[in-house]
Design a protein around this ligand. Structure first.
Ligand SMILES: [Cu+2]
Length: 156
């Protein structure tokens, strides 16, 4: 009786272990790496599903400082592009880490990541359903956007 009980307990333990292994993995947030260089974003086109939590990993592989901003409608100041009219990240809660750079989320300038050469940042956020459509990625360090440092972000 006691041996039978022990075997039963062992079997139950085994079943629990097996079911834990077989359980579908919790949906993990995909990580997308975006390289910032002189003067490009790679990939230059990102597609994110609305409602999904994602992590963008930004790495500055260039020799100069770069920025990462996402929005719609480029604002001009004295004939020079300096940011976006509508910030993609407005009211989005972004959890971030940054090395050799800084992350700012201000109402006036919108969400902005600045990275020194070799700098890295990770941004984790849930893509809001109301951001579906086409957005632009840009670096507004003077001259960079004009040199082609821009990309596209599509929310599906
Ligand atoms: Cu740049």
């Amino acid at each position: 009786m006691r041996a039978a009980m022990r075997i039963l307990i062992l079997l139950m333990g085994l079943a629990l272990t097996l079911s834990a292994c077989a359980a579908p993995a919790a949906p993990s947030s995909p990580t997308i790496t975006v390289e910032l260089g002189d003067f490009y974003f790679k990939p230059a086109r990102l597609e994110l599903p609305a409602g999904q939590t994602v992590t963008l990993q930004l790495v500055n592989q260039g020799k100069v400082e770069h920025e990462f901003m996402v929005g719609q409608g480029v604002e001009q100041h004295e004939g020079k592009p300096e940011g976006f009219e509508h910030d993609f990240f407005a009211e989005v809660k972004v959890t971030y880490t940054v090395e050799k750079g800084k992350v700012e989320q201000e109402e006036e300038h919108g969400f902005e990541v600045e990275l020194e050469p070799g700098g890295k940042a990770t941004l984790t956020f849930t893509v809001p359903a109301d951001r579906k459509g086409e957005w632009e990625i840009g670096c507004f360090v003077p001259g960079h956007y004009e040199a082609g440092m821009k990309g596209t972000l599509i929310v599906r």
